[in-house]
Design a protein around this ligand. Sequence first.
Ligand code: HEM
Length: 233
Amino acid sequence: MATSTAPERTARKGPPSILLKTVVAVTGLFFVFFVLFHMYGNLQILVGTEAFDEYAHHLRTFGEPMLPEKSFLWVFRILLLASLVGHVWATMSLWRRAGAARTTRYAGKKKTSYGGFYAKAMRWGGLALLAFVVFHIMHFTTQTITIDGAYASPAERVITSFQVWWVVGIYALAMVFLGMHLLHGVWGAAMTLGLNTSLKRAEQIRFVSILLATIIVVGFLVPPFAILFGFIE
Ligand code: HEM
């Protein structure tokens, strides 16, 4: 005799969804740590161009003479790349899984429900951020994209770039995507890690995600706009 009315579950290939979600949450929180550190570094340009160049130089010489030049930078780069691969792989797997599970649309439900809107914003916003990071690395790190000729120092590269309005526009748009991704991402990571133990705690998590997203977006946007409006030259 049947004891349950729940539909029979078909065997699913691949790691359990909770493991995939944990990979998304942990790698996502590592990105939050990275962007905070990166934002702090960028803000050095408000102190002065020497301070910014010194910071860029320290990133490369950190740990010397015990460690070879750029070793700290390379450890960080490898961790970031591994996290990016993990984050994208796990989100894509969850994305495919959600698509496969939903064979029919819920009756009477509008296409863009609350949850559906956030899921779409996270996916497409995440892909937009990925495209931005590729552009950004080609701009500042490999310097494959040069906005205004050749540059002498990291600070000079940043200043000449952000004197161009459309470059500031691209970065500002990317920061809007970043803010939206953080807003829901920090919240989602806390849910996955089981930090929402009470209603009060859920409210605190919501507050922290809004605060972090605001600090990061404003902190990243201050240098480009300060340069565009001529406060730093
Ligand atoms: C207005 C916003 C931003 C500005 C002005 C900015 C500026 C810079 C600069 C100047 C560098 C080169 C540092 C150096 O080589 O000394 C750099 C590198 C980098 N940035 Fe940003 N950045 C911004 C936002 C972001 C965001 C939002 C992310 C990630 C989501 C990001 C990820 C990276 C990465 C991965 C590198 C390469 C680090 C390396 O391996 O050398 N940046 N950024």
